[in-house]
Design a protein around this ligand. Structure first.
Ligand code: ZN
Length: 293
């Protein structure tokens, strides 16, 4: 099993200046999910938030720590509207010029729960984002309205897959994300810890029943099918029913660098680069979990 390296405050720093694109998972877990995708260099650098499950205040604090100017925020892209992915305080807290992209199926719910932001941009399957970034979305089964997973194509030719709260992996999801350069995907629970937990049965059933979350094994199997080219970031680890060690163990001899997110600290920046490596050619295993800065 690879040696685990955790993010420490000293590891929190601005994105590498020479990276055309990089992602930092600011926080991930049932307490709030939020990732910063930076695209472009220097004065042209923009930030796209993937989910906004921390309050605006906590997000700006993280921006400060990460050396990201709030004025660089160009768009917010939402997987779904659960509280840990879309905080109600963003309805008024999103800067006026920043569009919030949400799936068209989610718009009515946002209206009903009074969290529809003033600048909403509904999407179906194609999304045009600032800076020449394009995304394709696929709606998977999660609770009643579904969750969007994204394949994000960057101007450099590199690609990022982003998928969380998946319910169950499907061939559609694998097709959408196949061969991305960097893949961020949930690895929520260990089934043994889930079953042994004191959670009520209905909750266990909701999580494990195909419309909740992926287990570590389901995530690892899905990742093998997707065959990301260089980096995998694990999202949404359950604090009660998972451990970083168990989540990482499912990737012991994997041909990609592995980064684990957590609820309390941002991950180091993970570069998103076109690797030029064909999916069928495994790369040598990089034993560091945080190997990208
Ligand atoms: Zn969630």
């Amino acid at each position: 099993m690879p040696r685990l390296r955790r993010a420490r405050p000293a590891a929190i720093h601005p994105p590498p200046p020479d990276a055309d694109a990089a992602i930092c998972v600011i926080a991930s877990g049932s307490g709030g999910n939020c990732s910063a995708l930076v695209v472009g260099r220097g004065a042209d650098r923009r930030v796209i938030l993937l989910d906004a499950g921390l309050s605006p205040r906590a997000t700006w604090k993280a921006f400060d720590a990460l050396g990201l100017g709030v004025s660089r925020l160009s768009a917010i892209l939402l997987t779904h509207l659960d509280h840990d992915h879309w905080r109600p305080s963003w309805r008024k807290g999103a800067p006026r010029h920043v569009p919030v992209h949400m799936h068209k199926r989610h718009v009515r719910r946002a209206e009903r729960q009074n969290t529809l932001p003033r600048h909403t941009s509904p999407f179906d399957d194609e999304i045009a984002l600032p800076g020449g970034v394009r995304a394709r979305a696929w709606l998977g089964a999660h609770d009643d309205l579904g969750v969007a997973a994204f394949r994000i194509e960057l101007p450099s030719g590199a690609s990022l897959g982003y998928a969380t709260d998946l319910g169950s992996p499907t061939p559609h999801l694998v097709d959408l994300l196949r061969g991305v350069d960097t893949l961020a995907i949930e690895s929520n629970y260990c089934p043994h810890l889930q079953l042994a937990s004191s959670r009520p049965e209905f909750l266990k059933e909701r999580i494990m029943g195909g419309r909740g979350h992926l287990s570590n094994e389901q995530a690892a199997r899905t990742i093998r099918e997707i065959a990301p080219r260089s980096n995998v970031v694990l999202l949404h680890l359950s604090r009660e029913c998972n451990t970083p060690e168990l989540a990482a163990a499912a990737h012991a001899s994997a041909p990609y660098a592995l980064t684990l997110s957590n609820q309390y600290e941002p991950t180091p920046w993970v570069r998103i680069e076109a690797s030029g490596v064909r999916v069928s050619e495994p790369r040598p295993f990089q034993p560091l979990l945080f190997a990208n800065v």
